[in-house]
Design a protein around this ligand. Structure first.
Ligand code: ADP
Length: 621
């Protein structure tokens, strides 16, 4: 049995197997260029082994030359493919250097022509033979090749290229790979080609053995690539696990979205395409397969709410509030029905900060809105009932206010009758009496009007209000009551105070409640202390200017610890109190965008203050 045949055949078949495997790998994934070049390296090693075996068995110069030609071409492919393998595997290395190496190696192939001239001239007998592994084998002998320095220089460039690529990979943090490739290429290349050159220089005749070293490198790289395959399979497993996790999260999310009754929509702003979940389409009354256009969605909105949604979108796109928005809007459904929608949305931007996606989650809140409206109606009714009860407190004073002009009217009517019984009645006197009757009637009418206004049940009607006339009306209503209780009502409202925005009747109700509470607090106070003061001023300290109205008294003040509690419904310290006045007053003030609070004065007594927004437009009342 020939050892040479066994060893070289084994090298050739092992490399061929690897070449086929990695060629198939590349075929499955065309982007895996490193695999293709490795397959070429392995295939060219097979060719090298074959050429070396053929060379050792060559019996004619032509046969020898054929083997050398196959060997040189295989070496060319081997060196070029190893260069490009390193380039793709490490993702580093200078391209111009790789092309230079390929060019130089191709040029060095021209040496074959010279060799042919030399070999073809030899006689059959001149083929040198040496003893190798117990057999006599043919060797090439010394062949002049002026292109040998080019080939050697290109080998040096390969080492340079691989070192440079390894340094880049090392710096990038890919240290293990860098070391492995640099170490193995340097070792096998230097050892394989070095041995060939050294024996030639030393005049030792040896057959070609480079394929054995090439096999060493192929084995190391094969091992390295198999690690990658192993890593890829681990990654696939991890991916499967994380995919399963993702599916689970998705399932949970969709469960949560379903449970919360949310409809989801995603608007690709770049492509202007809108995707929406089934629930969203149901909410906005779009058919499942209907193409969604933003203009059509906007048409679904109640005309009064369209501008609001557009503004919210514009602000989110401009980046305010972190690209998030929240709106409540009405939908005008095809049948004419109204559906309230609450929507939260978010803008997503790309790497350059440009908005690319708009996601929104919408939910129906019609029932909630109805309940809110019902609560508002209920609140108004409670406030009305309270007003009526307050008017009850003032009733005796108001009856007196009306009685006075009525009695005057009666007296004047009687006087006029008497004048008319005279044969030549004094018409001027009668005219004066009639004028008095008219003015008394108007006085009574005004009192009735004020009462009627407060007793009417009506919806909130905010307008531009003059604080002076508002306070004046309240003062007129409580005048008689105050006089009966010996309480002096002092009003101090500057003439130039800006108008406020509010509902006249409701604000009067608040003032009336505070003034009556102030008068209650003075029960038992000394005569000189019996005064309730109503003041008003403009407050510019807290941002946007507002009007602050204060009602204070010189009573005992509010017991310590109850400054907050007194605003709770049903909190009262009065034997016949209901404890609803302050709670209702606070609701009214807050529904106007203001604030109501209480303080104790330094010298004794309590002060209640409330704020109202300054009016910008609307007709004066
Ligand atoms: P009511 O007048 O029916 O008690 P309110 O809600 O108007 O209901 O007032 C709640 C409580 O706040 C009063 O019972 C009283 O204890 C306290 N309070 C209100 N105004 C004053 C005030 N000017 N001075 C002292 N305590 C006051």
């Amino acid at each position: 049995m020939s050892w040479i045949t066994v060893i070289w055949s084994m090298v050739a078949s092992a490399c061929l197997t690897l070449a086929v495997i990695y060629c198939l790998v590349w075929f499955r994934d065309r982007r895996a260029w490193a695999n293709l070049f490795f397959a070429l390296t392995a295939a060219s090693t097979t060719a090298l082994a074959f050429s070396e075996l053929w060379m050792m068995r060559a019996e004619t110069p032509v046969e020898l030359f054929g083997a050398v030609t196959v060997g040189r071409v295989a070496l060319f492919v081997w060196l070029v493919s190893i260069t490009w393998f390193v380039r793709f595997h490490l993702g580093a290395g200078r391209l111009w250097l790789a092309w230079t190496i390929a060019g130089l190696r191709a040029f060095a192939l021209l040496g074959l022509v010279l060799m042919w001239q030399d070999v073809s001239g030899r006689a059959l007998t001149s083929l040198p033979h040496v003893q190798f592994l117990g057999e006599s084998v043919t060797v090439l002998g010394s062949v002049p090749n002026p292109l040998a320095p080019v080939a050697q220089f290109s080998t040096f460039l390969i080492l340079l290229f691989v070192t440079d690529a390894s340094v880049t990979a090392w710096r990038r943090g890919d240290r293990r790979r860098a070391l492995m490739i640099e170490g193995s290429v340097a070792f096998f290349l230097v050892a394989g080609l070095g041995l060939a050159m050294a024996t030639r220089w030393a005049g030792i005749q040896l057959p070609g053995t480079f394929s054995l070293f090439a096999l060493g490198l192929v084995a190391v790289i094969g091992y390295e690539l198999s690690r990658d395959v192993l890593r890829a399979s681990t990654l696939v497993h991890e991916l499967q696990v994380s995919e399963a996790g993702l599916r689970e999260t998705e399932a949970r999310m969709s469960l949560a979205v379903d449970a919360a009754d949310f409809g989801i929509s995603i608007w690709d702003l770049k492509r202007n395409e809108i995707w929406a979940s089934e629930k969203w389409r149901e909410l906005f009354a779009f058919a499942p397969s209907e193409r969604l256009e933003f203009s059509a969605i906007l048409q679904r909105l109640h005309p009064e709410d369209r501008e609001g949604l557009l503004q919210a979108h514009a602000m989110a796109i401009a980046g305010s509030n972190g690209g998030r928005y929240q709106t409540e809007h009405r939908l005008l459904l095809p049948g004419g029905a109204i559906r309230w929608i609450s929507c939260v949305g978010r803008i997503e931007v790309d790497a350059t900060g440009e908005p690319v996606l708009m996601r929104d989650a919408s939910r129906e809140i019609t029932a909630l809105k109805q309940a809110e409206q019902e609560a508002q109606v209920l609140q108004r009714e409670i406030a009305h009932a309270w007003r009526v009860s307050m008017m009850g407190q003032l009733a005796s004073g108001l009856v007196h206010e009306i009685n006075q002009p009525l009695a005057a009217i009666l007296r004047n009517a009687e006087a006029a009758e008497m004048y008319l019984q005279h044969p030549s009645p004094d018409l001027d006197e009668i005219r004066a009496i009639l004028a008095d009757i008219r003015s008394d009637d108007e006085r009574a009418g005004q009192v009735i009007d004020r009462m009627r206004g407060l007793l009417k049940r009506r919806a909130l009607d905010t307008r531009r209000l003059d604080v002076g006339s508002l306070v004046g009306d309240v003062a007129a209503l409580v005048r008689v009551d105050a006089a009966a209780r010996q309480v002096k009502l002092n009003v101090d409202v500057p003439d130039d105070l800006p108008h406020v925005r509010g509902d006249r009747v409701h604000i009067q109700q608040v003032l009336l409640n505070l003034v009556l509470n102030g008068m209650d607090a003075l029960n038992g106070a000394r005569l000189e202390d019996r005064g309730v003061n109503v003041t008003a001023r403009i407050d510019v300290a807290s941002g946007a200017p507002i009007v602050e109205i204060g009602v204070d008294d010189a009573g005992p003040g509010i017991p310590g610890g109850t400054l907050v509690q007194i605003f709770d419904p049903f909190f009262t310290t009065k034997p016949n109190g209901m404890g609803m006045g302050l709670a209702i007053s606070r609701t009214i003030v807050e529904s106007h965008g203001g604030r109501l609070w209480a303080e104790n004065k330094v010298g004794g007594g309590a002060v209640f203050r409330f704020t109202l927004p300054i009016a910008e437009d609307a007709a004066s009342v």
